[in-house]
Design a protein around this ligand. Structure first.
Ligand SMILES: Nc1ncnc2c1ncn2[C@@H]1O[C@H](COP(=O)(O)OP(=O)(O)OP(=O)(O)O)[C@@H](O)[C@H]1O
Ligand SMILES: [Mg+2]
Length: 353
């Protein structure tokens, strides 16, 4: 499909917070884990959005909130323009169906006692998307779409009889069987062999293009981000906040936020000459602050090489800067980002060549 309607959002989050409460002992006060903080984020129809950030930055929490598995502590969540809290029972069902997840661990996500036809067929029968007579053909068609062919070979297999890449395709088939508007793919290739990854990434890209399914692709790997999000947007997360968003190519070619620059400077460069030329890692500390004792002001200030006094006390609000939206007090005074640091992403992209 060439013309995409990307004017209206499937999902829109405004000033959204998600807190968890952790208790150490029976008599202790629970500790607050502010896993998402003042999130303003939307996914438009048919769009690909990449969510990147290191471990613990809140990526999975965000996906769980979007999928309706977690109820946000504060803020608003709109699905197709309707507040999630005002949906009728029917609309709520439609919302839950329209957003499907592809998990990282395909082994855990599939029932080992069920064959492919049962795993794919039962939910469709239950939702009356298909009748018993047409089930075999419908499941075969789904297997064909995700390139599990010859389909007769796969239809009666159990999940343990499939390889990691095949199981991941099976999860994709299960997701699309519900005719979703949005697929949430949470590190879907991190547990499969490198040689099989690119085919899965291409399959997700094809479903986006052919069926206009929006995709939220979660990864901590910038090379994958660039590959999957060729024409999409990126949102960079740090400790529960979104620090930079914009077009993937533009953001990676001209990163503004010091955290994104640090991430780029940490990408390994296979060329030893370029690697030696490169500046040191652009952070003051490798340690992530504790999520239960977050820094005041900008959450990144304790590791930021550009940190000034204002960063320690005042939280930066996201502002438009060129074509990106950046949450950094110093965005107008940062030095230019050096070429050999950003080259790192281009070079590691060779992995997917
Ligand atoms: N149910 C929970 N109870 C308490 N804390 C939680 C819960 N779920 C997540 N957290 C905390 O919220 C923060 C964000 O976690 P999340 O799993 O969303 O991170 P992530 O970006 O997906 O990390 P990873 O890359 O490791 O998957 C972490 O500090 C995590 O420990
Ligand atoms: Mg996660």
């Amino acid at each position: 499909m060439d013309i995409k309607n990307i004017e209206s959002s499937v999902v829109k989050l405004q000033n959204l917070d998600m807190n968890f409460y952790k208790k150490k002992g029976i008599f202790s006060q629970p500790q607050v884990v502010n896993a998402l903080h003042e999130i303003n984020f939307s996914i438009n129809k048919g769009e690909v959005v990449i969510l990147v950030g290191e471990s613990g930055s809140g990526k999975t929490t965000m996906a769980n909130v979007i999928a309706g598995l977690l109820k946000p502590t504060a803020g608003t969540y709109e699905f197709n323009g309707n507040n999630i809290n005002s949906l009728t029972k029917e609309q709520y069902k439609e919302y839950r169906n329209s957003i499907q997840m592809i998990q990282q661990d395909s082994y855990a996500a599939l029932n080992p006692m069920r064959t492919m036809i049962k795993s794919l067929g039962d939910p469709m029968l239950l939702k009356k998307y298909v009748n018993k007579k047409d089930l075999y053909d419908k499941v075969s068609e789904l297997l064909e779409t995700v390139e599990l062919t010859p389909t007769d070979h796969f239809i009666d297999k159990y999940s343990h009889q499939l390889s990691g890449g095949q199981r991941q395709r099976m999860l994709i088939a299960r997701a699309i069987s519900m005719n979703p508007e949005l697929i949430l793919a949470d590190e879907p290739v991190s547990m499969i062999d490198v040689s099989l990854r690119v085919a899965i990434l291409n399959l997700i890209a094809r479903l986006n293009q052919e069926r206009n399914i929006a995709v939220l692709y979660i990864t901590h790997d910038l090379a994958t981000a660039r590959y999957v999000g060729k024409n999409g947007r990126i949102a960079v997360m740090y400790l529960g906040t979104i620090v930079e968003t914009g077009n993937v190519q533009e953001v990676l070619a001209d990163p503004k936020h010091p955290y994104l620059r640090a991430l780029l400077s940490a990408v390994p460069i296979p060329d030893p000459r370029l690697s030696r030329m490169r500046k040191k890692l652009m952070i003051t500390s490798a340690d992530l602050p504790s999520i239960t004792n977050l820094p005041t002001g900008c959450r990144f200030h304790t590791r930021c090489i550009y940190c000034k006094d204002i960063c320690k006390t005042q939280e930066p609000k996201p502002v438009q800067h060129g074509s990106s939206v950046v949450a950094c007090h110093l965005v107008n005074e940062l030095p230019k980002f050096e070429l050999y640091e950003k080259d790192a992403v281009g070079l590691t992209e060779d992995l997917y060549a």
